[in-house]
Write a protein that binds this ligand. Structure first.
Ligand SMILES: [Ca+2]
Length: 275
């Protein structure tokens, strides 16, 4: 069972595609896009742990301008193209010997059969000389996620391929406890809506403290995203979260892997553990 009605998709395309034909590898998309990269910082070691790849227009348009052009006829091809573009760009921009992780967002709705749908991704990694164990995939729950078993199959398959998995947007909207208990990803990304102004909010601190305790018990790591101020970062650090991301460290940038100001990182650490 898929999350999108694949049969309707096939008949609307009118080409009798087989069940894995949706991605149409190599199919040209009717719009152009690129990827920006935003650092994920490890506060404990004072290093850049990895980068999240984020969709952008080629002229710098925001993600929404691109995502609004994705429809049922292009969702599979777009998902494939995003992975491939992210890996190729990241491999080209990474310094030699880099070990930084690359985190890619994916839509469970755009994966029909995990093993088949990942083939182009693995080929792109191989072509680029990119170690697949440096890949992390972030998935999120949306209003159409009704088939939890499908998502679990994807997460388990990705783990078997050596990828890390992350539950994105945790604490916002739909992404929450039931998915965490069903999936047990490697880490959860705490949504910025839980973290904004956390330094001045005892309620937010209490919630995040209990999430940290819960995820420790589950063996799941926490990443705090969307951090914008030194006070937020310091509070997050005090609460025991090591992985952080947000404009405070660096905005997403195209055409380069943006650095993080050395002053923000631990004493004596190099700016980029990858480099
Ligand atoms: Ca994400």
């Amino acid at each position: 069972m898929t999350l999108i009605d694949h049969r309707a998709f096939e008949s609307s395309a009118g080409r009798g595609w087989n069940k894995c034909g949706g991605c149409r590898e190599g199919q040209a998309l009717p719009f152009a896009f690129t990827m920006a990269f935003q650092p994920i910082v490890d506060l404990t070691h004072g290093t850049i742990w990895g980068y999240e790849a984020l969709v952008r227009g080629e002229a710098g348009e925001p993600a929404r301008a691109i995502l609004d052009q994705v429809d049922a006829a292009t969702i599979y091809a777009f998902d494939q193209a995003c992975r491939i573009r992210a890996i190729e760009l990241f491999a080209a921009l990474s310094p030699p010997g880099s070990t930084a992780m690359l985190s890619i967002n994916f839509k469970p709705n755009a994966v029909y059969e995990p093993a088949a749908c990942i083939r182009a991704t693995l080929e792109a990694a191989k072509r680029s000389g990119f170690d697949r164990t440096r890949l992390m995939f972030e998935f999120t729950e949306d209003e159409r996620m009704q088939d939890v078993a499908h998502v679990r199959r994807i997460v388990e398959a990705y783990r078997s391929f050596g990828f890390m998995t992350a539950l994105d947007d945790f604490g916002a909207g739909y992404a929450g406890l039931s998915l965490l208990s069903d999936m047990t990803p490697d880490l959860i990304k705490l949504d910025m809506s839980l973290l904004r102004g956390i330094d001045a909010s005892p309620a937010r601190q209490a919630i995040v403290r209990s999430i940290v305790a819960m995820t420790r018990e589950l063996g799941v790591a926490c990443l705090a995203e969307g951090l914008e101020t030194a006070a937020e970062v310091e509070t997050i650090r005090t609460l025991g979260i090591a992985l952080v991301q947000g404009f405070y460290f660096a905005a997403p940038v195209t055409g380069m892997l943006p650095p993080v100001s050395v002053g923000l990182l631990a004493d004596g650490a190099t700016q980029d553990a990858a480099g």
